[in-house]
Design a protein around this ligand. Structure first.
Ligand code: NAD
Length: 338
């Protein structure tokens, strides 16, 4: 019997080719994982009549851990995002999105090492929307004290457990006095339990400007859902692109690891895109599974391949295909990182 059983959801667009490359690298690290492949998304709707089949839900519920590729969500009309549904079904309330400098990606910052904690279940993402008339649409922004308190507490605890020093709450409570006001109040209440962590708050528009001007000043940020979605893409840009931004959706009972980026459908089938973001999400998953050595080995090999710059994907100036870049990382691991 394998040591770990992980639900693998390749997703759509470029998702399957990325996930295949990532599986190759993780398997080559020697960690003993049995992968259970499951479907999700629009292709799945055609095959099974639903975006999120029961079989996929049951597999995640049983294994309590999944690695997921991106899915495609049509803009405007159509179906509710399978991602948002998945986060709700498993109450994955914490979306952890770290960004840090990758040496091979030449960036103008001296320091970039931020962990974003995005609240993942509430806010205007609760999808409570309706047409008031033909010309007026309304969306409800729902923020609760328990929802806000638990993401604040999660972030503060994570910060303490991982030796981080500073956690700031991002909000717009000067204008949205009740909703964002409650989010901030809950953060301040949770912060009282962590006197060893420096805490504070910053208004989301100022935070956006400060991130671009001097990202090195930030350590950990706690954000409501919508601001978190937007600012973590901004942070991915600071890092050097969506191809490198990983993430985890964490609840009290299970965790689903996935990149920040989407399915990049225009590149689907070309084996062109960078699998690093899903691979780093996989590395986060290995640490979650207590497979720290394998995680470190993969990460070091990936950095080494990027430093050499010979077998890398188009977005970092190379010509390697998705699987060729994965093979380069495997070769580096097998060569003992020489
Ligand atoms: P996207 O992230 O898929 O792509 C935007 C652009 O970023 C791409 O055209 C490409 O130039 C670049 N890019 C993205 N991933 C890359 C990678 N791995 N390597 C190199 N370059 C990469 O965003 P989009 O085009 O706005 O969305 C496409 C679909 O993905 C939409 O249906 C959207 O709803 C969905 N989406 C899904 C998730 C998810 O499943 N978690 C997240 C975001 C968007």
């Amino acid at each position: 019997m394998a040591k770990h059983v992980v639900t693998m959801i390749p997703g759509e667009g470029t998702g399957p080719e990325i996930c295949e490359a990532v599986r190759m690298v993780i398997d080559a690290s020697g960690v003993d994982i049995k992968w259970e492949y499951e479907d999700i998304g629009l292709d799945c709707l055609e095959k099974h009549g639903t975006l999120l089949p029961d079989k996929t839900i049951q597999s995640i519920a049983k294994n309590k851990v999944a690695l997921k590729g991106p899915t495609t969500t049509p803009i405007g009309t159509g179906h509710k995002s399978a991602n948002v549904t998945l986060r709700k079904v498993f109450d994955l309330y914490a979306n952890v999105r770290p960004v840090r400098l990758i040496p091979a990606l030449k960036r103008p910052w001296d320091k970039l090492d931020i962990i974003n904690f995005r609240e993942n279940t509430e806010d205007s993402y609760a999808a409570i929307e309706h047409m008031v008339s033909d010309e007026v649409a309304q969306c409800l922004k729902v923020i609760t004290w328990p929802g806000s308190y638990r993401i604040a507490d999660f972030a503060l605890k994570w910060a303490r457990d991982n030796g981080r020093k500073k956690v700031y709450c991002v909000h717009k409570a000067n204008i949205m006095k009740m909703t964002d006001g409650l989010f901030l109040e809950a953060f301040r209440a949770a912060a009282k339990k962590y006197p060893d962590i420096e805490t504070g708050d910053i208004i989301v528009d100022n935070c956006s400007m400060q991130l671009v001007r001097n990202p090195g000043q930030f350590d950990c940020l706690v954000l409501p859902n919508l601001y978190g979605d937007i600012l973590t893409d901004l942070c991915a840009g600071l890092m050097g692109g969506l191809g490198f931004a990983p993430g985890a959706n964490v609840g009290d009972n299970c965790a689903i690891f996935e990149a920040v980026h989407g399915s990049a459908p225009k590149y689907a089938g070309q084996k062109k895109v960078n699998p690093s973001a899903v691979l780093i999400s996989g590395v986060m998953m290995l640490r979650w599974l207590n497979e720290k050595e394998a995680a470190d080995r993969i990460e070091k090999a990936m950095y080494r391949v990027l430093d050499e710059g010979k077998r890398v994907t188009y977005d970092v100036g190379g010509t390697a295909k998705t699987d060729e870049y994965a093979q380069a990382i495997i070769d580096k691991m097998h060569a003992g990182l020489k």
